[in-house]
Design a protein around this ligand. Structure first.
Ligand SMILES: CC(=O)N[C@H]1[C@@H](OP(=O)(O)OP(=O)(O)OC[C@H]2O[C@@H](n3ccc(=O)[nH]c3=O)[C@H](O)[C@@H]2O)O[C@H](CO)[C@@H](O)[C@@H]1O
Length: 356
């Protein structure tokens, strides 16, 4: 039986694509195990898959000053030692990494154990963890064709993003029931990335009176960010984070307002949802979401509202414009040569493991 170890985490964008691949590999009888961080969201998500999950220490790779920057290199070293011992015991044929800072110690430990590594980059430009990991990987799979320009040598393969199959199988009827919504008004989904976005949450709530005249709103606001003051509002439903019921919520959704995390926007694309994207700013990130959103806008799949311009008025106006343009956006999306990357990655994993 072939054995594989997955890694990746911190936020859900570095985990959910792994789940799509894991689901397929399970059907093929692989022995699958997961190494993730002690605190990240991956523990919860992977916990539902009934595969062994091993938490290790990891350090965040920050580009800004923080006192934790002093402690974190020691955590990375501790993580490498833990991952080294785990991999030596598990002896997988391959390690697959979806990036995020926990993946770095796992990749370094794979190198020390001479285990082949494949990594996947969702965003337009490689993240810091993947940049560090790339020299140790045999291949890097990417989502945007443009990303291949940033990768030296011939390690890059454009596979597309692995999308969980059940995301495509939701029921609008169940979604409406869950939120106590009806069919008379369009449904707007607001999602601030897997961890929520406080700035977006605040502006949405200030715009609520106006928006609720035209739309029913389901708001994924992130752990700890539900505002009880708005809980009883008819036509407005807040959730911290959704798992099994997310496909139903997406099935009933007519329009999306979202951060521009790569995993989410490719899921919306697969589900043919017109999007208004509010990318994470350059101050708060390396600017990857701005590039993701720019690519989708230039292809006619999405409209952009930059956070610097985000106010109650621009949000209401942006959503109104999205509603007016929705048919054009949907027809552009339908014409997209969008691929679910799962099969191509499963094939690459199988071929690479065969050589072991
Ligand atoms: C702050 C930060 O570092 N963000 C990065 C992170 O975003 P983040 O982790 O937010 O990632 P994405 O938006 O790409 O993906 C979120 C994933 O969580 C799922 N989901 C979300 C909400 C929910 O209630 N239930 C649920 O299942 C979505 O369906 C999706 O599969 O990884 C992305 C992919 O590399 C990057 O583009 C983002 O820049």
């Amino acid at each position: 039986m072939k054995k594989i170890v997955f890694t990746g985490g911190g936020s859900a964008g570095h985990v959910t694509p792994n789940i799509a691949i894991i689901t397929k590999l399970k059907l093929q009888g692989w022995d699958i195990q997961y190494i993730g961080s002690e605190q990240g969201i991956e523990k919860e998500i992977v916990g539902k898959e009934q595969i062994p999950f091993y938490p290790i220490a990891s350090g965040k790779l920050r580009r800004y000053f923080d006192l934790k920057n002093i402690k974190d290199p020691f955590n990375v070293i501790r993580g490498v030692a833990q991952a080294y011992r785990l991999l030596r015991r598990i002896k997988p044929d391959l390690v697959f990494s979806k990036g995020g800072f926990v993946s770095v110690p796992v990749i370094l430990a794979s190198k020390l154990n001479r285990i082949p590594v494949i990594i996947h980059e969702s965003d337009m430009t490689p993240g810091l963890a993947n940049k560090i990991s790339l020299p140790f990987a045999s291949h890097i799979c990417v989502t945007f064709p443009e990303t291949l320009r940033h990768i030296k040598g011939n390690k890059g393969i454009c596979t597309g993003l692995p999308i969980r199959e059940d995301m495509l199988l939701g029921s609008a009827f169940r979604g409406l029931q869950q939120c106590d919504f009806h069919k008379q008004k369009p449904v707007l989904l607001i999602m601030g990335g897997s961890l929520g976005a406080q700035k977006i949450n605040g502006v949405v709530r200030l715009a609520l009176d106006e928006l609720l005249q035209h739309y029913q709103i389901v708001h994924l606001c992130g752990k700890g960010h539900i505002d009880a003051a708005y809980s009883g509002r008819r036509g407005y439903k807040q959730f911290e984070y959704l798992d099994e019921t997310l496909p139903d919520i997406l099935a009933m959704t007519d329009l999306v307002v979202s951060r521009a995390g790569a995993t989410s926007i490719f899921e919306f694309l697969a589900l043919e949802k017109p999007m208004l994207l509010i990318p994470l700013t350059k101050q708060a990130s390396r600017g990857d979401q701005i590039l993701n959103a720019g690519s989708f806008e230039s292809l006619g799949y999405a409209e952009i509202l930059f956070e610097e311009n985000l106010t109650v008025e621009t949000l209401i106006q942006g959503i109104g414009q999205l509603y007016q343009n929705r048919e054009l956006l949907i027809s552009n999306i339908k014409a997209a040569k969008q691929r679910n990357g799962t099969d191509a990655i499963v094939e690459l994993i199988t071929q690479t493991a065969k050589r072991q």
